[in-house]
Write a protein that binds this ligand. Structure first.
Ligand code: ADP
Ligand code: GLC
Length: 485
């Protein structure tokens, strides 16, 4: 076996310490899978208020120059899993706050400093210890300055010289765009403000920093990697990404089956596997109906949604299709929080027919598991979806996904073929009510054919999205990045 790697993994989210979406799941599960393969991972995560204090054993402190103020970072280490440690980066003025990025829709005003600090503190941790990892792996705009710092201040450093970076785009919709004076506030070389560096529409973008300064860039599915190079899906980044096209790839996220598998899940009413899926799901469905206060009528299918309720995820399409949904023989249970207009739309649906439509506008891990296990179908009408995790969870739980054909949903949900009985779910192309209802109607029709539906459930349950294979692809990226410097 070739030498094990030491990966410096910088991310703003790691389950169970901080999670606003799938990045939190990936921030824990990918390092764990890398550790299982024998590699060493040091994760860097801000010490947010929710993490408490002290979060681990004290591991030194350094001075981190990000702006004119003298700022120090404290480090606290904790083992997370085999070969994986997390280093909490402490700076109370920046991170001792209840949220990661801001309250509601309002971002914290100093995010450009907070995440510049995270990036530079992670680098300084190694420099101060005279320790050299093999590669940095940075995630989303929050860590986009990691390669920028490495290339501007540390390229000739005795310890960290010529340090490669792999940058992963989890969601291009959030770009870390800040005013044009940011490089000078951060004390970065003046030429970094230029168009082939950080400049983006008159300001600067941390996402662009990650894309332009890393040896290799990837996103979380091959389909999304293609889509973001087109003007329609590129969020203004398509040209930038095409310029890095040779170094841009897609790696589908995995599922942490220690957390998301009905045969071991402690949060559901009854554990089950492919052999006893019918009985298992019946018990979990009864429990779900009870939890949501719906009548115990097993012959009416339940569609589940667990999601951020935002336009990007297409939930306005669901809310707008209220009339069609009311007409169909189905029930809908929703667990999510998000845009007020969308929540109102869902609430109206529940008011129209509370016997069939039930909403919980909360973030609740237990409810999320109960929906995955107890629903018959799982709806993801996403306008775009870099990877998506919940459709892969659903497949494992025998809950048939109905998804819009975009991004990772294309790579992970195979359309049902009536002629052969092959496939794992239903896909639709058009991000509108007609497209969505077309797919829902197909699912409702097949649901009446119990043997065909059982086969469809088992097809999905047999698919393997465990992290091992994806982690190996990341190792491959790390080694290729190392070969570049
Ligand atoms: P994204 O990161 O874009 O939100 P993903 O599908 O990658 O989408 O990940 C979403 C994650 O967040 C999943 O683990 C899902 O179970 C979880 N999640 C989303 N909304 C809720 C909620 N209201 N309650 C509990 N978990 C939620
Ligand atoms: C982002 C994407 C989601 C993806 C997750 C983890 O939040 O919206 O599709 O699964 O990152 O990579």
């Amino acid at each position: 076996m070739s030498t094990p790697l030491h990966v410096a993994f910088v991310t703003p989210e790691v389950v169970p310490f901080m999670k606003t979406g799938g990045l939190g799941d990936v921030g824990a599960a990918l390092p764990k899978a890398l550790g299982r393969l024998g590699h060493r991972v040091t994760i860097f995560l801000p010490r947010y208020a929710a993490i408490g204090f002290p979060p681990g054993a004290f591991a030194g402190s350094v001075h981190v120059p990000v702006d004119a103020v003298h700022r120090s970072a404290g480090f606290y280490r904790r083992e997370l899993s085999e070969n994986v440690e997390v280093v909490f980066v402490e700076h109370p003025p920046f991170f001792d706050r209840p949220h990661a990025y801001g309250a509601g829709d309002r971002d914290y005003q100093d995010n450009r400093l907070r995440f510049a600090f995270l990036a530079r503190a992670s680098i300084e941790y190694f420099r101060s210890r005279g320790e050299r990892p093999h590669v940095f792996h940075a995630h989303d705009w929050q860590t986009g300055l990691v390669p920028v710092y490495l290339k501007s201040f540390y390229w000739d450093d005795p310890t960290l010289h010529r340090m490669p970076t792999v940058f992963t785009i989890h969601n291009l919709a959030y770009q870390g765009n800040f005013p044009a004076d940011t490089p000078s506030v951060l004390g970065l070389p003046w030429n970094l403000a230029s168009g082939d560096a950080l400049e983006f529409h008159g300001g600067v973008s941390y996402m662009k920093g990650g894309v332009m300064f890393s040896e290799l860039v990837n996103t979380v599915s091959p389909q999304y990697a293609r889509e973001i190079q087109t003007p329609a899906m590129g969020y203004g980044f398509d040209g930038i990404l095409r310029s890095r096209g040779a170094d841009l790839s897609g790696i589908v996220n995995g599922v942490d089956y220690d957390e998301w598998d009905p045969s071991v899940d402690p949060l559901i009413a009854r554990k089950y596997g492919p052999q006893d899926v019918v009985a298992g799901k019946a018990a979990c469905k009864a429990d779900l109906l009870k939890t949501f206060g719906l009548a115990q009528t097993p012959d009416l299918p339940v569609i589940g949604i667990v999601s951020r309720l935002v336009r990007l995820k297409g939930h306005d399409i669901v809310a707008d299709a209220w009339y069609d949904l009311l007409q169909r023989p189905l029930r809908l249970v929703v667990v999510g929080t998000g845009e007020p207009a969308i929540q109102e739309g869902f609430a109206t649906l529940a008011e129209r027919d509370p016997s069939r439509f039930a909403m919980r506008f909360v973030y609740d891990e237990t409810l999320a598991h109960k929906v995955e296990a107890g629903a018959d179908m799982f709806l993801m009408p996403s306008r775009f979806e870099p990877c998506g995790l919940t459709q892969m969870y659903s497949l494992r739980y025998g809950t048939v996904p109905i998804v819009r054909a975009t991004g990772g949903l294309v790579d992970t949900v195979e359309p049902y073929q009536a002629s052969t009985g092959e496939g794992t779910g239903f896909r639709f192309d058009h991000a509108d009510g007609t497209g969505m209802m077309w797919a829902i109607d197909q699912a409702l029709a097949l649901w009446k054919d119990a043997p065909a539906w059982r086969k469809l459930m088992r097809n999905g349950m047999s698919r393997d999205f465990s992290w091992g294979r994806s982690a190996e692809q990341y190792v491959d990226l790390y080694r290729r990045a190392l070969g570049r410097v």
